[in-house]
Design a protein. Structure first.
Length: 266
């Protein structure tokens, strides 16, 4: 579940909690999460071990990062453990006092102009596909349209944020005679406890590329697996093979079962 948070929010996790601090600079939306005891801080790509996240894309700003680190992270207790989002040398944890003393970008006697000059002259290569990834990140992965491009004339197909075509299970149940129902699970699952949909054709996912000739071109293909996750790969296979009218049964057989739609072997 996604939970939107703001600076100053507290997230309760059983007997623990995490305080949210806004630490923009690497990007405009970076956050640091701090345990209620202030013993640990999860700094993402803001403060790293002996470094700091680059600031040259996605609304990054060296001056904001300076303030974020100095005012939101370096004000924590010196023995607070610092866990960055990642590290290029396999390190996992530092402390506030270590970074205050030894971070070559912002530690020691560094002033804001020193930090900004350092960050502006990193000379890092432009990341591959960043011009595609950043706009997608800025809108949370939401596609420009929530429906498939072109005229969809065979059913109410929608596109998920991950780019997967889906269709509601109750619609499929009402129109099942006009569809080719593809079950991409294994044979044991097909005949197992959960059973399978009426009229479903079993072609396990690892056999799909070799058995495409068993699939009709004249009918829309709706695919199903246990939860709908394996369908992402099946969709890619079918779309690349020229099948245009394809969709996943949203929620898979788990959702189909919750709605008490027709099964066999139940």
């Amino acid at each position: 579940m996604d939970v939107p948070v703001d600076h100053g929010d507290v997230l309760a996790l059983g007997n623990c909690s995490l305080a949210v601090r806004a630490t923009p600079g690497h990007t405009s939306g970076c956050l640091t999460y701090i345990t209620n005891s202030q013993e640990m801080a999860f700094t993402g790509d803001c403060l790293m071990i002996r470094g700091a996240g680059r600031t040259d894309f996605q609304a990054g700003d060296e001056h904001e990062m300076w303030r974020s680190i100095r005012e939101q992270i370096f004000t924590l207790p010196d023995d607070c453990l610092v866990y960055p989002g990642h590290d290029y040398f396999g390190r996992t944890v530092s402390t506030v006092i270590e970074e205050k003393k030894f971070n070559p970008r912002i530690g020691g006697d560094a002033r804001e102009e020193d930090f900004v000059g350092y960050m502006e002259n990193l000379g890092l290569p432009h990341p591959k596909l960043i011009d595609i990834a950043v706009p997608a990140n800025m809108k949370g992965g939401r596609p420009d349209e929530d429906t498939l491009p072109g005229e969809i004339d065979w059913g109410p197909v929608t596109m998920t944020f991950a780019g997967i075509p889906e269709i509601a299970p109750d619609w499929v149940a009402r129109h099942i005679d006009a569809l080719f129902v593809l079950d991409v699970r294994g044979p044991g699952e097909f005949e197992g406890e959960l059973g399978h949909m009426e009229g479903a054709h079993l072609i396990p996912l690892d056999e799909l590329r070799d058995r495409l000739d068993e699939m009709p071109q004249e009918l829309p293909v709706v695919a199903v697996c246990q939860s709908g996750k394996r369908w992402a790969i099946a969709a890619e296979i079918l779309l690349k093979s020229g099948y245009k009218r394809v969709a996943n049964v949203s929620g898979g057989l788990i959702q189909w079962s919750r709605l008490a739609l027709p099964f066999r072997n139940r």
